[in-house]
Design a protein around this ligand. Sequence first.
Ligand SMILES: *Cc1c(COP(=O)(O)O)cnc(C)c1O
Length: 454
Amino acid sequence: MTETMIPFCDEAGCSAAGCTATICTGAGLPSNTAMFARSQAAIPGGVNSSIRAFRSVGGEPYVVARAEGATITDVEGTTYYDLVQSYGAVILGHAHPAVTAAVTAAAADGTSYGAPTPREMKLAEAISERVPSCERVRLMNSGTEATSTAIRLARGVTGRDRIVTFAGNFHGATDALLVAGGSGIATLGLPGTAGVPSAAVAETMVAPYNVVPTLTDEVAAVIVEPVAANMGVVAPAPGFLDGLRAECDRVGALLIFDEVITGFRLSPGGAQEKYDLAPDITCFGKVIGGGLPIGSIGGRADVMEHLSPLGPVFHAGTLSGNPLATAAGLAALSELTPDVYIELLARARHLAALLRDACASAGFAASFPVVGTLVGMVCGEEAANPVQNFDDAKTTDEAAFGAFFRAMLAEGVAMAPGAYEAIFVGVAHTDDVIDRIAEAAERAARRAVAELAG
Ligand SMILES: *Cc1c(COP(=O)(O)O)cnc(C)c1O
């Protein structure tokens, strides 16, 4: 899909004829290539989050100038239907008028104070109202900060050090959770990246997803994505989450749900509402910031009150409870009425069905698992179906995904550039948008088949 070109530039005193962009060079449109090359000289790899560099799918990233609703437009003026939606953070679609108005109004009152504010109070209340296990809520600046704070809190509450996590779950760039998972059995973790000392993960145990591990009384907490959405989209097996709850209770460990993706996306109360289960601590991010930087943890009052200044577990943040992020989050949550979730459920199923048909008719082997409002994609004849854990997830054909991804981009649809990312359906993906995406997918699947054959 190509629409009106939107010039982008960053020089003062632009004099390009007809340029109406707020940012414009007057030197004509820069290419994605030129812009990205310039970024690479200033920023390692040209990106501020490594997946954006397209390393696993090949090709070169589009450099975004602006976005609106279900579409995103690069600096060359090409517009794509966007299935990334900031990895789910902008569930209302880009530049939603309610969010834009709330942020604009808030900015005029000052952008950060270092003191309590009414908006942070209201956002904490809004989270507690929708997620009853969160009797108290602390706001911070990212999902990563939420998971690292949740781990510190659980260790402080229990006086224990051991953490259990699941292979294929992702909890942000938190040292203790950046572990290389063992295969099939529960193992003590090894550092999953350079820069994480073995000491940081010495107390982290990695277990296979969807099997309840047997815990000991050394365990401070089990942290889990209640629906795994970073190894494709994987549903919790019947009994898995309840089993974790019971096993944690048996040994006095805390259960932490990482709902950074599922929170306010699967339902008003997230995965814990859908599966009717109360964790001790929940981590949030993404949706609750309406597209601005945010993270939060919530939990039972007696657990949360171990946080400073009430308790001994330190937490602080210069920008925590930020006026703009809380304004955007409140605006987003107030748009997310129960009806919206019913609509999103239907759209997720509809999109997945159309994508399935599109790939089938092109002879491109792929499945599109749906869990509530989340859609995943698994490629290849040989891939596990259904995927239940990380070993299964890794049976996806990454080369086939890469071919499909590049073909989709060429057909005007931007997916997240990784074979293990979710497809994010949101409020802006109307039936018409979904139909167009499905049409593009059929052409893309044919292209991918041809590329893979040649
Ligand atoms: C995105 C994500 C995080 C990290 O959040 P950031 O805001 O990127 O730090 C943590 N957990 C899950 C499940 C996520 O998807």
